[in-house]
Design a protein around this ligand. Structure first.
Ligand code: NCD
Ligand code: ZN
Length: 354
């Protein structure tokens, strides 16, 4: 069996849930899931409880990461309506700034464009600014990026109208980059009956088959793949008010490797979008002596259970995939092998040196 060696994958969009909702996930389980999925670094989203919005909450999240992370990490700051110079000065310690411009899980929604000016103007040009902006809100976010002449990264592009907006902006040379999730590349509204209504809830919502097709057709416009790993407990997903989000760290690579096998993208397309371009956009240091060994021949069916994420379910259950992570080496040490996570909590390092 010839193994394939890939660089350590980096996921720029992960919801770790700690502090606040460790029954959903915590730094130890999220980073175990990351290693099992071939990711040697993750960037953690700020919509925790409390959300990470200032120096105190940032330091608290980083302290938990120091104690519990099994892979390397950085933590986003989330902008509130009170964003100012004090928050902007935190940039070097963060993965970037996240702006919730469309409604989603957590309290960080910037409802009015009046609250967008300070973050767009004050966040350093060279520091990543990531927007959650759906449909027409994306056009507004692109307008702000233009207004303040600064780069932005668009999280989880899901619809045809969105990828076309980004294509247009890129064709005019605007400094915009974007990510697409495996669930928007592999699922549509037609999968909702199979997944179940509550479990299928996600933001952005699953699109139509023509939305999914538009993402594949415009793959050259897609800079990176990001899981938007958003674990919630199955009891919550199956309740009358299901929170949106899917776990995704452990299924992303096998799904995308299967697409490589099927000739829908090349292995280089994948490695560019899961390693090189992530490092370039987020200006991340190289992780020396770090790689992922994959068995590209292994055929398997996505199981319902047995995952490392505490949210032990997946919307991809039953899908047939080819390609499996065998072993992961992080900074010279075997951290995952044949189903077992070997890295202890606290062995992960900050990608920002903090
Ligand atoms: C995310 C969550 O649960 O934190 N949910 C989701 O459906 N993606 C929030 C988000 O990224 O929008
Ligand atoms: Zn998210």
């Amino acid at each position: 069996m010839a193994l394939l060696r890939l660089p350590g994958l980096i996921d720029p969009h992960v919801h770790v849930r700690e502090p606040g909702a460790t029954y959903k996930e915590d730094w130890s389980t999220a980073t175990a899931a990351a290693l099992a999925g071939g990711f040697t670094a993750i960037l953690a989203m700020p919509n925790t409880q409390p959300p990470v919005t200032d120096e105190t909450t940032l330091e608290a999240a980083l302290q938990l990461a120091r104690e519990k992370a099994r892979c390397d990490y950085a933590q986003y700051l989330g902008a509130t309506a009170h964003f100012g110079p004090r928050e902007a000065a935190l940039a070097p310690r963060t993965a970037g700034l996240k702006l919730y411009l469309s409604r989603t899980f957590g309290p960080l929604w910037l409802v009015s464009t009046e609250t967008w000016h300070h973050p767009f103007r004050l966040w350093p040009q060279e520091a990543p600014l990531v927007v959650h902006a759906e449909r027409v809100t994306l056009a507004a976010a692109l307008f702000f990026a233009r207004l303040y002449r600064r780069p932005i990264h668009v999280a989880h592009v899901a619809y045809r109208e969105e990828i076309l907006l980004i294509r247009g902006a890129k064709e005019r040379g605007w400094p915009v980059t974007c990510e697409v999730t495996p669930h928007h590349l592999f699922l549509t509204q037609e999968d909702i009956p199979r997944i179940g209504e509550g479990r299928a809830e996600v933001r952005p919502k699953l699109g139509l088959p023509q939305d999914r097709a538009a993402l594949w057709e415009n793959l050259e416009v897609v800079d990176v793949f990001a899981t938007d790993h958003a674990p919630h407990a199955v009891q919550e997903k199956d309740s009358p008010q299901p929170p949106p989000g899917y776990p995704g760290l452990e299924t992303a690579l096998p799904l995308l490797l299967t697409a490589v096998q099927e000739g829908r993208l090349t292995l280089d397309d994948l490695v560019q979008r899961m390693h090189h371009r992530v490092r370039a956009i987020w200006r991340l240091p190289e992780q020396g002596e770090t790689w992922v060994e994959v068995d590209p021949q292994a055929r398997w069916e996505i199981p319902a259970h047995g995952w490392h994420t505490r949210a032990d379910w997946t919307p991809f259950v039953g899908m047939k995939v080819q390609g499996r992570v065998k072993r992961v080496v992080l900074r010279g040490k075997a951290v995952y092998q044949d189903g077992r996570v070997l890295a202890p909590p606290g062995s992960g390092r900050s990608l920002r040196g903090v």
